[in-house]
Design a protein around this ligand. Structure first.
Ligand code: URA
Length: 433
């Protein structure tokens, strides 16, 4: 078999066999297939798509590219969550401690930023000292002892996804249902939890822009999960606006802390309660309604925040930056993005806000790029707010002042205003079980 044949076959819209997909995954993971050919293959998949069989073969090949973690020595129903990627999506930092503090163990493997979206591991690394690479033994010990661990893809877990994910991030090949489904499900099935909640984002800041595509992705992932004998629920959530007010790694940690201290923006809180409630329900804590109350209580009584502190201490981080978030990395350079026209904000292009954050240093433009933990954007206004022409809508943060003009340029036209107040829109759009 030659990789060029597979590229041509997929480029020409033909279906690949299990053996061909396994050959690609093994070859790229082992380094026998070069980045440039893998990139061409992914671009062919991006344009031609994969059917349900091919997606399953890809998921299984990626799942079996490394170890499958056995968490059976941890008592209880281990739950996990995964987001398909959004802008300002810091839900894991909130949901994981909420669920763990309610007595359902969370052993979570998270990713880095992808395209214009952020990743939990980059966010956690903005906490000084925080270790995101845990061995399997450390992960299990932490979950057994404190009910919670959030780590990067440990050692040899789905190494094929690790490589393909990093390549997709910088080759414009992220937004494909099969590639996303296989990427997420290979990791989730390899990471050993019993139940999975999938947060499928829909809208301008998501990889899936339409409900139709998001629904297909959600169903595909729930079906793969069921086929593998794991309980799964997909929650479809709106991602037209950035979630919350802060985008960027340290900025998002600070906002997550705000929510866990009982403050913070309502849209973020609502999504977190919904995701946590679904995890608690799968974890056997009662009905969805009673689990929503349980989740809200763990924030109100401070137990979820204490759980986050405990996890940070366990993983070598400095908890004092969470007690006082002004001690997190802060950007020396700031600039305002101002309203181009007066009126009600009727549309915010979350993807542009994500891309501007990447330009400021919050994400990667090449595989080798280093993240600036302090970079990002703080929104001052959101959907439905009224603005005057020239009024600041957001403050941009960076350590590299040369990035500022590019970021401001990306934001041009990202906020649309109108004369009438726009309708209220729900943030939870659906649920697939
Ligand atoms: N999250 C992942 O882990 N993979 C994707 O492809 C998209 C979001």
């Amino acid at each position: 078999m030659f990789v060029l044949d597979l590229i041509l076959k997929k480029r020409n819209g033909m279906k690949l066999s299990r053996e061909e997909i396994e050959y690609f995954v093994r070859g790229y993971t082992d380094g026998d297939i070069e980045d440039y050919q893998a990139a061409a293959f992914l671009m062919a998949v991006y344009f031609q798509g994969m059917d349900a069989d091919e997606t399953l073969y890809l998921t299984e090949a990626m799942l079996h590219s490394g170890d499958i973690v056995d968490l059976s020595e941890i008592p209880g129903i281990k739950t996990d969550k995964h987001s398909t990627g959004g802008v300002g999506d810091k839900t894991t930092l909130i949901v994981a401690p909420v669920v763990a503090s309610c007595g359902v163990p969370v052993a979570k493997m998270s990713g880095r930023g992808l395209g214009h979206t952020g990743g939990t591991i980059d966010k956690l690394e903005s906490i000084p000292g925080f270790q995101t690479s845990l061995t399997r033994e450390q992960l299990i010990r932490n979950v057994k002892e404190i009910g919670l661990a959030v780590a990067g893809q440990t050692g040899n877990l789905a190494p094929a996804d690790k490589k393909i994910y990093a390549l997709r991030d910088v080759t414009g090949t992220v937004e494909n249902i099969s590639l996303i489904a296989a990427s997420i499900m290979s990791k989730k099935l390899a990471s050993g939890s019993d139940a999975i909640v999938l947060d499928v984002k829909v809208g301008s800041g998501a990889f899936m822009k339409s409900m139709d595509d998001a629904g297909k992705l959600a169903k595909m992932m729930v079906d793969i999960s069921r086929g593998a004998g794991k309980k799964a629920v997909a929650v479809l959530t709106r991602m037209d606006n950035p979630l919350g007010m802060n985008i960027g790694n340290a900025l998002e940690v600070a906002e997550a802390v705000d929510i866990l201290k009982g403050h913070g923006p309502e849209d973020l809180r609502e999504v977190c309660i919904e995701l946590a409630a679904n995890m608690l329900m799968l974890g056997g804590k009662g009905t969805l309604d009673s689990c929503r109350e349980l989740a809200a209580r763990s924030i109100a009584d401070g137990s979820a925040f204490r759980k986050l502190i405990e996890m940070v201490e366990r993983q070598g981080g400095d908890p004092s930056v969470l007690e006082d978030t002004r001690r997190l990395p802060a950007a020396p350079v700031k600039a305002e993005y101002k309203a181009e026209k007066a009126g009600y904000i009727i549309q915010m292009n979350a993807e542009k806000f994500g891309m501007a954050s990447v330009a400021l240093g919050a994400g990667r433009k090449t595989i080798a790029d280093k993240i600036d933990p302090s970079a990002g954007i703080v929104l001052l206004k959101k959907y439905g707010d009224i603005v005057e022409k020239g009024e600041p809508i957001a403050v941009l943060h960076t350590s590299e002042k040369e990035t500022m003009p590019d970021a401001l340029k990306i934001l041009e036209g990202s906020v649309i205003t109108g004369e009438k107040s726009p309708p209220e829109v729900p943030i939870i759009l659906g649920r697939i079980e």
